[in-house]
Every structure is written in C-alpha cells, then in structure tokens.
Design a protein around this ligand. Structure first.
Ligand code: SF4
Length: 361
C-alpha cells in the first residue's frame, strides 16, 4: 500500500485507507447543495462551473440565493451567453469582484462559440476559457466529469496542513500542501468527483478553521496535528501586512426635480461596469483630493459629517459623504439621472451600497 511521509516526520499515512474512510463518511454525511448532483445523479457542468466561480468570492451560505437567482434567469450556458451585460452585473451585485462577472459572461459566450454550449471535459481546455484558473479547472474536471484532478481549495489546504502537521505558514506552504494533496488525487480514477467534494465537506464541516471537530473526524487516525495536539494552530499564516489607506469623496448630486446622479463605471478597472455614485479620485493623501471637474461649478457640502470605510483586497478606503443640490450643467458620458424612488440599493456594489443607504435614510 502506498504511504506518504512529510519532511522530518517519522510517521506514515496510508493513502488507500484514508480515501476509503473519507469516502465512506462522505456517503453518509455529504452536504446537499443547490448546485450539487444528488447521489446517483449526473452532475450538470453548467451548475458546477457557475457555483465554482461564485464560490471564489464568498461562502456556500452566501452563494445559495445568487445561484438560484442566476438559474432562474439563465437556466443554461446558452441563456447566460445571451444575457444582457448590465442585467448580469446587477444580478452579481453583492458577490464582489465584477471582473469575475464579466469573465463569467465571456466564458459562457466562448463555451457556446467554441463548443456548441457543451463545456469541455479536460483541465487544459477548461483552463483556456476566461475566468477559469488552475483550481477551478481541476474542480470542474473532477466534479462535473468525474475525471482525476488535484483539487486544492482552502479546505483541502487546511486538511493537508493538519494531517501532515505542516508547520510552515501559508502562503509559503501552498506548493507543499498541493504536493501532499496530489498523493490522494493523482491517478485516482474511481470516484474523483466524490473525493474532491469529500475533502471539501470535511474541511467545511469537521476540519474547520480554529476549532476542528476531531472527535467527529473519519480520518483522525491518520492525523499528525491531532497526535501532536496542535490541530487548532494549523495551518499557520504569515502576519498580514497593513493595507495602504486611500481617501476620497462620494457625492449625492440632485437636479431640480430631485433625481439623483448615478454613474456606470468604465468596464476596465476596479469595480468596472458597476453602478456607482460619482466620486473623486481615491488618493493616499486626503489633502490632495479635489472635485471631479464636472461638479466644480456646484456648491457641495459635507453630508452629516458622515463617512464610510471599505476594505478592498489591496487597500482600505475612506470616503467622506458630500451632497450638492440643483445641479443644472450637462453631465459627462457614463453619468445619468435616476428618480430617487427608483434607486435600488441592491444594484450597487457593497462600497456604494454603504453610502446610498446613508443618503437614502
Ligand atoms: Fe482535522 Fe482533527 Fe480530522 Fe485532523 S483529526 S483532519 S485536525 S478534524
């Protein structure tokens, strides 16, 4: 039987026994998820792909309603390929990273154009499609097509770090954790889709961050972190550097009828293509802030001395709220007026939702 060994560790893990225990447990405890085929059903690649793209952003619980909404509106990849881009962006609002929504749309179009609406079933072909990287292509290959692939998400990394008591912190340990995962996935053709999902379920429900439920674990007899009593400490993480801070103003501008000026951000760049309120530039020093030129002519004042804080991946942002009334000049391309009562807060990405909520109060 194959065994594996972590550096400097005098202990072995029996891979076949481990897989058998994990899959037995999965057969009894597998999660029922809106995008997951039930036992005995054939997985739908469109469902698997859509859910994996959404899950790159957020948790299983948060994705559920979005997934259902998308399937109602666009029940298959052909329908999604033909979707109106603005409608798609609005349906995505709240899931973050709009570049992913744009890639989702591009990918659906490519699947229709190149493959007649049928997802390809090899990792290499999948990886050539927009928005599908190493992890997602592996997940689709294994889960949708039941073909061997090494599927390593955060859950699998955590399980590997603990099973082999890998003390090197993340992210440096990523290659090592992937190499360890390969030992379980590589060449395993029997139930590769179930194996990937079993690891995911174990990480999501038993081998959870901070407080692993080792007494419920089907593979605890293989776990070196448990034996060393360091399971809750792993995986270790390098201390995060403090993000740079940026500042800006965000404007609630109304015309003589009380309509509000909104902005469709350019497709390229941060929050590209999303619905927004007008803002100044976002700069590292608040003293350098100035109004966008098209609102220079109108009197702007601080709104309730309020501000919002929002954290992006690479920086933190503080936006102070400002208001201007009775704007009469022409607005530039990309800006448009909307009656206040027609403003739907759900259509904005989170950073703007926070401001709109304050202005609408
Ligand atoms: Fe995770 Fe505990 Fe199971 Fe080890 S025994 S894999 S730490 S749940």
């Amino acid at each position: 039987m194959p065994t594996v060994r972590e550096n400097n560790k005098p202990s072995d893990v029996n891979v076949e026994e481990f897989r058998g225990q994990l899959l037995d447990w999965y057969d009894r405890h597998r999660r029922v998820l809106p995008w997951r085929a039930l036992s005995g059903q054939t997985p739908n690649p469109y469902h698997v792909w859509l859910s994996e793209i959404m899950l790159q952003q957020t948790t299983v619980g948060a994705v559920g309603p979005y997934f259902t909404k998308f399937l109602d509106k666009w029940p298959d990849v052909q329908a999604l390929a033909a979707a109106d881009q603005d409608e798609l962006m609005e349906a995505w609002a709240g899931l973050g990273y709009y570049a992913r929504a744009r890639n989702l749309h591009k990918c659906a179009k490519e699947v229709v154009r190149l493959y007649g609406g049928k997802f390809p079933n090899t990792k290499e072909e999948l990886q050539n499609l927009p928005g599908i990287g190493d992890y997602t292509s592996a997940a689709i290959t294994a889960i949708a097509f039941n073909k061997p692939a090494t599927v390593v998400d955060g859950n699998v990394e955590r399980v590997m770090a603990r099973i082999f008591a890998v003390k090197q912190p993340l992210p440096k340990s990523k290659p090592k954790l992937k190499e360890l995962a390969t030992l379980f996935f590589n060449g395993y053709a029997n139930r590769p889709g179930d194996l990937a999902q079993a690891f995911m379920d174990l990480g999501a429900g038993v081998c959870i961050a901070k407080t692993p439920r080792c007494s419920l674990c089907p593979v605890s007899n293989h776990c070196h972190a448990l034996a060393e009593d360091i399971a809750a400490d792993l995986p270790r993480k390098e201390k995060k550097k403090k993000k740079p801070q940026k500042y800006g103003h965000i404007y609630w501008i109304t015309d003589g009828n009380g309509s509000v000026l909104l902005h469709r951000r350019p497709d390229k760049g941060l929050l590209g293509g999303t619905l927004a309120l007008p803002t100044s530039q976002w700069l590292a020093d608040s003293k350098d802030l100035s109004r966008p030129s098209f609102i220079e002519a109108v009197k702007c004042e601080s709104y309730k001395k309020a501000h919002i804080d929002h954290s992006f991946t690479h920086f933190d942002l503080k936006l102070t709220l400002r208001r201007a009334e009775n704007y009469t000049a022409t607005v530039p391309e990309g800006y448009f007026w909307t009656p206040r009562e027609e403003i739907e807060i759900q259509s904005f990405p989170t950073v703007f939702k926070k401001a709109v909520a304050i202005f609408l109060k």
